[in-house]
Design a protein around this ligand. Structure first.
Ligand code: ADP
Ligand code: MG
Length: 688
């Protein structure tokens, strides 16, 4: 068994001495296995050897021949040209190196060599400017007559050296490596076994073998990661919740009857899935995903009502005060209509009120609570918390979700996100959650017309607002708020509001909303806007998520190039919520291609999922969530966008595997478990 060899320090490879080992460490290569998992970036096809005379001028080719003579030229100080005359069986060509005088020693006349480089035929003679060379000693060459691996490098390490080290490591492995992937899986997906894949990944016999090896390592990486998530899920769902739900009762029936619309198919399906979770003895861990305005709030309210009907408490956590307040206001009204009370807890709550609220919560008199992070404070205690709903999950750390959950005894958890995460990413980020998707918007929505314009066109946008307000509608104007320069930007929006109020819009009421305002001030402004008193609301991005005012039809975004696509889409989602034609105007002066691409994407599609994919493509997954701590692991070889099919397969297989053998008891799953721990730790890179 050569498993041990793989785990040995990289110095166990014959061609790796202490100095090389130190160099390798700098690129994270410590063991033989690390070295063999340092995959080529690409391959160069040097399978075809042709005489130099048959090569085209300018072509990069590999030529084999016998060294006839060598010469050093020194045309000026600091430049040495080494020129070898080589006979390739048909004629003579010159192989040329710059500033590598030692070449002459190793490639002495009489030796057979391969050289790879650009062919120059401009001065009658044929010359090859050498990029890579190798001795032909009769054995297989590592750099000619084959697909040649090209590696990511570091200083003091070149392709030739790496190739030799990898080759020696493969020889040491001697075609034996402990396979940890279940045979069933390698068979099903036609993946080469580990030893073969390793050798073919580095020195493939053929493109096809290289591809197969690559496919294996991509699958392997995703599968191991999905296994970690499946194990987490096992731990979650292997447990039984302390509470049970009553069947749907009168309260819920009444609530549904009161709704002024029919639930969409997506909503019904999500509700069905949620109900099944609630009825199950296992705690729910579900992600409810849907584009802005898809109607997640209604579904979450229904979930809360079922908790109340079952004598349980429910809590909803939102990322901002405005959102928490909006949920509170929106739901309070509808809930009051069926006789259910709901409380609000934010950071801005007054001490007395807060105490009273917490008391009523602790003794179970108050059943439902909405709030911000303030909810996870230590003194917030429930009598019997059965349901936790988290809105706009990506704003919270996974830890906060868990902290809230610990206030109950394995409560059911529903995570709502309006950020349309591409399915690939959702599977990765939330692999431990089940996913419900509300895929369509409620009927009767008119798509928002989106325009991107240079700052010079601002007056046009303002007249659009004026025209809309004259028709009874309302508008948002959003100014970006960047953390470092919060004060400056704040001033910008304050100034803008003041300006507009005294000039363009002096005949309407203009309101200002920003994060620094006290919560009752904010609430005051929001309710004036909601009631239609304030016609134009100038705000920083606090308005971003979830705010729901159907009469607003214009979203004007200043300095739009400073927002990410996901954020722009969120903002745009604030309009087009009623039956009126709505507009989104992006005022921007983008300086980069990426910035222009973002704006273009916004004007071309209103499909949040398409935009999310585009965002991911433009910025990479780390950026997508605005933070590197999104819980996304860094994959070495897999690419979430490109390999989404493999990701889905890996997820299915991982779940099936853990279902079949939850504690890795079978003989063949031992190695798999070890590999999983070795690769991803015990899973603590995702906060528990
Ligand atoms: P989300 O939270 O998914 O962004 P909301 O739940 O806030 O969306 O719903 C957006 C708007 O659509 C609200 O005004 C809501 O009353 C309305 N709405 C929700 N479901 C429906 C439906 N099935 N038909 C018509 N309107 C709906
Ligand atoms: Mg919402």
């Amino acid at each position: 068994m050569n498993k041990d060899f793989l785990m040995k320090p990289v110095q166990s490879v014959k061609t790796v001495g202490p100095r090389r080992a130190a160099t390798l460490q700098r690129i994270g290569i410590f063991t033989v296995k690390d070295l063999l998992y340092h995959f080529p970036r690409r391959y160069e096809d040097r399978t075809r050897l042709s005489p130099a005379g048959a090569c085209a001028h300018g072509e990069t080719a590999t030529v084999r021949g016998k060294v006839l003579a060598a010469q050093d030229l020194k045309p000026r100080r600091g430049l040495t040209i080494t020129k070898l005359a080589v006979h390739d069986g048909f004629g003579i060509f010159y192989a040329v190196w710059f500033n590598q005088p030692f070449i002459k020693k190793s490639l002495a006349p009489g030796k057979m060599i391969y050289v790879t480089g650009k062919v120059d035929k401009s001065f009658g003679a044929i010359q090859v400017t050498v990029e890579d060379y190798d001795l032909d000693d009769g054995s297989d060459s590592l750099s000619a007559g084959r697909l040649v691996p090209v590696y990511p490098l570091t200083e003091q390490l070149n392709q030739r050296q790496l190739r030799v080290m990898v080759k020696t490591a493969l020889e040491g492995l001697n075609n034996q490596a402990l396979e940890f992937l279940p045979e069933e899986i390698t068979k099903k997906y036609n993946l080469p076994r580990l030893a073969k894949a390793l050798s073919q990944a580095h020195f493939p016999d053929h493109e096809k073998e290289a591809g197969a090896a690559r496919k294996r390592f991509i699958f392997e990486e995703l599968f191991l990661f999905q296994l970690v998530l499946a194990v987490r899920k096992r731990d979650i769902s292997g447990s039984e919740k302390a509470h049970r739900y009553q069947p749907e009762g009168d309260l819920l029936r009444l609530y549904k009857e009161n709704l002024p619309f029919q639930l969409t198919r997506g909503q019904l399906k999500a509700w069905e899935e949620i109900s099944r979770d609630l009825d199950s003895p296992r705690p729910m861990h579900r992600l409810l995903q849907g584009d802005v305005g898809a109607g997640k709030t209604v579904v979450s309210a229904m979930t809360m009502i079922r908790a109340v009907e079952s004598g349980l408490q429910g809590v909803l956590m939102a990322p901002t005060e405005i959102l928490a307040e909006q949920h509170y206001l929106g739901m309070k009204r509808d809930l009051a209509a069926i006789g259910v009370e709901m409380g609000l807890l934010t950071g801005g709550a007054r001490k007395k009120e807060r105490e009273r609220l917490l008391e009523r919560l602790a003794d179970g008199e108050l059943k439902l609570l909405v709030g911000t992070h303030a909810l996870i404070q230590e003194d917030v205690n429930f009598q019997k918390l059965g349901l936790v709903i988290v809105d706009e999950q990506h704003r919270f750390g996974v830890r906060q979700r868990a902290t809230l959950g610990r206030k109950g005894d394995l409560p059911d958890t529903l995570v709502m996100t309006a950020t349309p995460i591409p399915r690939t990413l959702a599977l990765t980020l939330y692999g431990d959650l089940d996913i419900s998707i509300i895929g369509e918007l409620p009927p009767g929505r008119t798509p928002v017309r989106t325009y991107a314009a240079l700052p010079g066109a601002l007056h046009k946008a303002l007249s659009l607002i004026r025209q809309q307000v004259n028709q009874g509608r309302q508008a948002y104007i959003v100014c970006p708020l960047v953390e470092e320069s919060e004060k400056v930007d704040l001033k910008a929006s304050v100034d803008l509001a003041a300006d507009l109020a005294s000039s363009e819009f002096k005949d309407f009421k203009v309101g200002l909303l920003h994060g620094r305002m006290k919560s009752d001030e904010k609430e005051e402004i929001m309710s004036l806007f909601r009631e239609g008193e304030i016609k134009v609301l100038v705000s920083t991005t606090v308005i971003e998520v979830g705010v729901d005012i159907p009469n607003a039809t214009v979203m004007l975004i200043m300095d739009a190039e400073r927002f990410g696509l996901a954020q722009l889409h969120q903002l745009r989602g604030r309009v087009g919520r009623g039956g009126y034609q709505s507009y989104c105007v992006l005022i921007a002066n983008p300086k980069t291609d990426e910035g222009r691409a973002r704006l273009k994407a916004m004007t071309q599609t209103s499909d949040g999922f398409a935009l999310a994919e585009e965002d991911l493509r433009l910025r990479g997954p780390g950026e997508f969530h605005g933070t590197r701590q999104s819980g996304l692991p860094e994959f070495k070889i897999a690419d979430l966008l490109r390999d989404w099919k493999a990701l889905e397969a890996a997820r299915e297989e991982a779940q099936a595997f853990v279902q079949k053998d939850p504690y890795f008891k079978s003989a063949e799953s031992r190695a798999l478990l070890e590999e999983m721990h070795a690769r991803f730790g015990s899973g603590n890179y995702i906060e528990a």
